[in-house]
Design a protein around this ligand. Structure first.
Ligand SMILES: CC(C)(COP(=O)(O)OP(=O)(O)OC[C@H]1O[C@@H](n2cnc3c(N)ncnc32)[C@H](O)[C@@H]1OP(=O)(O)O)[C@@H](O)C(=O)NCCC(=O)NCCS
Length: 161
């Protein structure tokens, strides 16, 4: 399939716009679970990539302390999802870059996420490091997750084991 990035636009959107794709791709269509803590905070950024009028990729970044590291300079990626048809074309990387830029602009020193095992390579390729042994979540039986973090360049990092 050919890919022409100029046909896409990326926009800052309201939380409600990201819920459908977040739910379809990450939550087995469970719309009731699609609203995350932090979604409604004024500082939170929700991004959507549009193919004309259709949203084909979404990502959110919100201020949230890194586990075991108190303070208000950590930002958490949530709901990073690209429609299968458009995976592998750089949309995920672009959204993460803009989320990192947002966190840095707001004074953030660290961006972190809970990555499912299948996405480890994606975050790794962007420069995230794994900071915990794998764990499972009650809501996602059988899926291994890893906490991953990215220290923002040029800033001292909070303590991360
Ligand atoms: C994971 C996901 C967000 C990646 O988005 P994407 O647009 O397909 O990724 P990109 O095309 O921007 O890829 C960026 C880099 O990551 C690599 N990559 C992407 N997905 C990968 C994966 N699942 N495993 C290993 N590497 C991966 C790409 O090869 C590329 O590397 P390169 O720049 O060295 O060539 C997307 O595939 C997706 O939505 N997957 C299903 C939902 C999901 O797992 N979300 C993450 C929840 S934690």
């Amino acid at each position: 399939m050919s890919f022409d990035r100029s046909l896409f636009s990326i926009r800052s959107v309201s939380a409600e716009r990201v819920f459908p794709l977040r739910s379809t791709i990450l939550l087995d269509g469970n719309t009731e679970a699609s609203h995350f803590r932090g979604d409604d905070e004024a500082s939170t950024l929700h991004l959507a990539v549009y193919d004309q009028d259709a949203i084909v990729a979404v990502a959110t970044v919100c201020q949230e302390a890194f586990p075991g590291s108190p303070g208000d300079t950590a930002w958490r990626l949530r709901g990073v999802a690209v429609e299968p048809k458009w995976q592998g074309y750089g949309l995920g990387r672009l959204m993460i870059k803009l989320c990192i830029d947002h966190a840095q602009h707001k004074g953030g020193r660290l961006v972190w996420c809970t990555a499912r095992e299948s996405a480890l390579g994606f975050y790794d390729s962007i420069g995230f490091a794994s900071s915990s042994p794998p764990f499972t979540l009650p809501s996602r039986a059988g899926v291994l997750f890893y906490e991953m973090h990215y220290v923002l360049p040029g800033k001292p990092a909070p303590d991360v084991e």
